[in-house]
Design a protein around this ligand. Structure first.
Ligand code: PHE
Length: 451
C-alpha cells in the first residue's frame, strides 16, 4: 500500500465514517416524507428489500473497487482499464457539484440551531421566518462559510485524526439523540395516530412511483455513485471484512431513517390534528413545519435545539465525506499535500456555494433550467450524473473487467454469502433499475410525468 496514504484505524472506524456519510439530510428530512407519501409500511418494506439487494450490491462494488486499487474515484477505474478512466472523471464531478450546496443547507441548519438556543421556538416558527432568512443578502453565505470551515478544518487533520475521530464522536451521539426525540415525539397526545399511519401499509398509495421513489432515495441515502465509498474503501485496511461492514452501514443508515420517521411523522400528526398533508412540504418540512411543531410542544425550544444539533451532526459527517472525496482526488491526481488540497477544495466550495447561498436572494433573477442554483446543482448531480455513473460502474465491473477481481477482493476476509445475488444484481438488475431512475427523474424534472 502507498505509505503516505491515510487509513482508518479499525473496521469500526471505517463503518462509523461510512455510516456518517450515509446518514444525512436524506435520512432525517427526505425519508420521512417519502414514506408518508408512498404508502407508509409498504414503502418501508420495499425500501428494506431494495437496501439488502440493490443498495448492498452497489455499496460493496464501490468499497471494493477503492480497496482493490487504493485510489480515489478518478484513478480507480483507469487502474483496472485505461479506456474507462472517463468514468472516474465523471464520478469526481459529482462531489464537486454537491459539496458547495450541501454546505449551504448546512448553514441553514446552523442558523436554526442558533435560533432555538438563543431566541426559542416561537421566533423560528414565525410566518416567513424561513423565507426572510434564505432571501437575506448575506446571512446564508456567512453561515455556509462557517459550516464549510468546520468541515475543512476536520478534513485537514487527515483520515484517522480528522474524519474517523469526528465520526467516532458524532455518530453515537446522533443515535442517542434520535432515540430520545423519537420517544418524546411518539408520546405526545395525538401522536399515536401518526405512528400507525407511518407503519401501516397503505396499498392504495402504492404504484410504480413507490418503487422509483424508494430506489432514488436509497441511492442518495447510501452516498452511492459519487466516489465517496470508493475513497473510503481505499482507506480501509486489508484485513477488514467488507461484507459485514456493508451490512452494518446499511443497518445504521436504514435505522436512522426509520427513527427519523418516528421523530417527525407522529409530531406533525399531533400538531396538525391528523392531517398527513402537512408532511408533504418538501424543504419546508424541516425549516417551516417542524419549528411550528416544536413551538406547540412543551419544552419545544429545548427539543428543537436538540433536534437541530442532531441534524448538524448528520449533515457535518456527510459533508466531511464529500469534502474528503474531493481532497483525495486532488491529492491522488496532482500529487499535492493534503493541506493544499483542502485549501483548493475550500476555494471551489466558496465560489460555487456563493451561487447557491444567494440563489434565493440577490441572485434569484438567474434561473438555470427555471430552477434556483441550489435546485439546479441538486438536479444535475442527483438526477442526472449519479444514475449515469452508477450504470457505467455496473457495466464496467459486471461486463468489461473480470468480475472476479471484485469478488476475490471481498472474499479475502469474508465468506461473501451473497455473492450469487451480487453478480446477478451487478450485471442485470441494477443497470435496469438505474436506467429507470434516470429516465423517470429527467421526465419528472421536465414536467412530463410527476413522481
Ligand atoms: N447520504 C446522505 C444523506 O442521506 C447524502 C449525501 C449526499 C451525503 C451527498 C454525502 C454526499 O443525506
Amino acid at each position: 500500500m502507498n505509505k503516505k496514504r491515510g487509513s482508518f484505524s479499525s473496521r469500526l472506524g471505517f463503518v462509523l465514517a461510512a455510516a456518517g456519510s450515509a446518514v444525512g439530510l436524506g435520512n432525517l428530512w427526505r425519508f420521512p416524507y417519502l414514506a408518508a407519501k408512498y404508502g407508509g409500511g409498504t414503502f418501508l418494506v420495499i425500501y428494506l428489500i431494495l437496501a439488502v439487494t440493490f443498495g448492498y450490491t452497489l455499496m460493496t462494488a464501490e468499497i471494493t473497487l477503492g480497496r482493490k486499487t487504493r485510489l480515489s474515484a478518478v484513478g480507480a477505474y483507469g487502474k483496472l482499464d485505461k479506456r474507462f478512466n472517463f468514468i472516474g472523471l465523471l464520478t469526481c464531478l459529482v462531489p464537486i457539484i454537491i459539496v458547495p450546496y450541501y454546505g449551504v443547507v448546512g448553514g441553514w441548519i446552523l442558523k436554526y440551531f442558533g435560533v432555538f438556543i438563543l431566541e426559542g421556538a416561537e421566533t423560528a416558527a414565525a410566518d416567513d421566518y424561513f423565507t426572510n432568512f434564505i432571501t437575506n443578502p448575506w446571512q446564508p453565505f456567512v453561515l455556509m462559510l462557517v459550516f464549510l470551515t468546520i468541515t475543512a478544518v476536520i478534513v485537514s487533520f487527515g483520515v484517522k485524526q480528522g474524519v474517523e475521530n469526528a465520526s467516532r464522536f458524532m455518530m453515537p451521539v446522533l443515535v442517542v439523540l434520535s432515540v430520545v426525540i423519537a420517544v418524546y415525539s411518539c408520546t405526545r397526545s395525538g401522536a399515536w395516530e401518526g405512528v400507525k399511519y407511518y407503519i401501516t401499509p397503505h396499498l392504495s398509495d402504492v404504484s410504480v412511483n413507490t418503487l422509483l421513489g424508494a430506489l432514488g432515495q436509497l441511492f442518495y441515502s447510501m452516498s452511492l455513485a459519487m466516489g465517496i465509498m470508493i475513497t473510503y474503501g481505499s482507506y480501509m485496511m486489508d484485513d477488514n471484512d467488507i461484507e459485514n461492514s456493508v451490512k452494518q452501514i446499511e443497518i445504521f443508515d436504514t435505522g436512522i431513517a426509520f427513527l427519523a420517521g418516528l421523530m417527525i411523522i407522529p409530531a406533525v400528526f399531533a400538531f396538525s390534528g391528523g392531517d398527513s398533508g402537512a408532511l408533504n412540504a418538501g424543504a419546508g418540512l424541516m425549516f417551516v413545519t417542524m419549528p411550528k411543531v416544536f413551538a406547540s410542544m412543551s419544552f419545544g425550544s429545548l427539543i428543537g435545539a436538540v433536534f437541530f444539533l442532531l441534524v448538524i451532526f448528520a449533515a457535518l459527517t456527510s459533508n466531511i465525506s464529500l469534502f474528503e472525496t474531493v481532497v483525495s482526488i486532488l491529492c491522488d491526481e496532482f500529487h499535492i499535500s493534503r493541506k493544499l488540497s483542502c485549501v483548493i477544495t475550500y476555494i471551489i466550495c466558496v465560489v460555487l456555494g456563493l451561487l447557491s447561498a444567494l440563489g434565493y436572494g440577490v441572485l434569484s433573477g438567474i434561473a438555470p433550467l427555471g430552477m434556483s442554483f441550489l435546485d439546479f446543482f441538486d438536479f444535475i448531480s442527483n438526477s442526472v450524473l449519479m444514475p449515469i455513473v452508477a450504470v457505467l460502474t455496473c457495466i464496467f465491473l459486471g461486463w468489461v473487467v473480470d468480475t472476479n477481481i471484485i469478488t476475490d477482493e471481498v472474499k479475502k476476509n469474508s465468506t461473501f454469502g451473497r455473492e450469487g445475488m451480487f453478480r446477478i444484481m451487478l450485471k442485470w438488475i441494477a443497470p435496469i433499475f438505474l436506467v429507470a431512475i434516470l429516465v423517470s427523474s429527467v421526465l419528472n424534472a421536465l414536467g412530463i410525468i410527476s413522481i
